[in-house]
Ligand binder design. Structure first.
Ligand code: T46
Length: 132
C-alpha cells in the first residue's frame, strides 16, 4: 500500500474565483486543533526531518509547489504537492521531509493536536527504534 494518501478537496470555485472548504471529520479525517502555514521558504532549503508519535496532519499546497518525502521505516515515497484541491494525509509514525519549495509556495498544514515538542521524533535512528 502506498504511503502517499492524497485526499481530494472538492472545488467550490465559480466564475468569481476559487474556494475550498475544510471541515473536521468530513473532508479532513480528524478534529482540527491547529493550523499553520509555511511560506517565503529560502531557496534550496529543506524542512521536516522528523516523525510524530500521535499527530496526524493534512498538508495542502495553497500556491506554488513543494515535494514531500514520506518514510515509514520500510519504504520511502515522494510526492509533489501542486494543487489547492488535494491534501496529503500524514499519519503518525511517518518520517517526513519537505524539499524543492518554489518561491511562491504557501503550504497550509492542519493538525490533529496542539503543538507539543515531546510528540516529535527528530532523529531518524530513534524513529527506526520506535518502529521496531
Ligand atoms: C511537520 C511539518 C510538515 C511551534 O512552536 N508551533 C507549531 O505549531 C509548529 C508547527 C512549530 N513550532 C516551532 C517548533 C520549532 O521551534 O517552530 C519551530 C519550527 O518548527 P519545525 O522546525 O518543526 O518546522 P518544520 O517545517 O521542519 O516542520 C513542520 C512541523 O513542525 C511538523 O509538525 O510535520 O512542518
Amino acid at each position: 500500500m502506498s504511503l502517499i494518501k492524497l485526499l481530494e478537496l472538492p472545488s467550490l470555485c465559480d466564475s468569481r474565483g476559487g474556494m475550498v472548504a475544510l471541515e473536521s471529520n468530513r473532508n479532513v479525517p480528524f478534529d482540527i486543533k491547529r493550523a499553520y502555514y509555511i511560506f517565503n521558504t529560502s531557496r534550496g532549503v529543506s524542512r521536516g526531518y522528523h516523525a510524530h508519535k500521535e499527530l496526524k496532519q493534512l498538508a495542502i499546497c495553497l500556491s506554488g509547489t513543494c515535494r514531500f518525502i514520506l518514510d515509514d521505516g520500510n519504504k520511502r515515497e515522494s510526492v509533489l504537492l501542486d494543487s489547492p484541491f488535494e491534501g496529503l494525509f500524514i499519519e503518525s509514525f511517518m518520517w517526513r521531509e519537505m524539499h524543492e519549495f518554489s518561491s511562491d509556495c504557501v503550504l497550509l498544514v492542519l493538525a490533529s493536536e496542539y503543538y507539543d515538542e515531546s510528540d516529535y521524533i527528530r532523529s531518524y535512528e530513534q524513529f527506526i527504534e520506535f518502529k521496531k
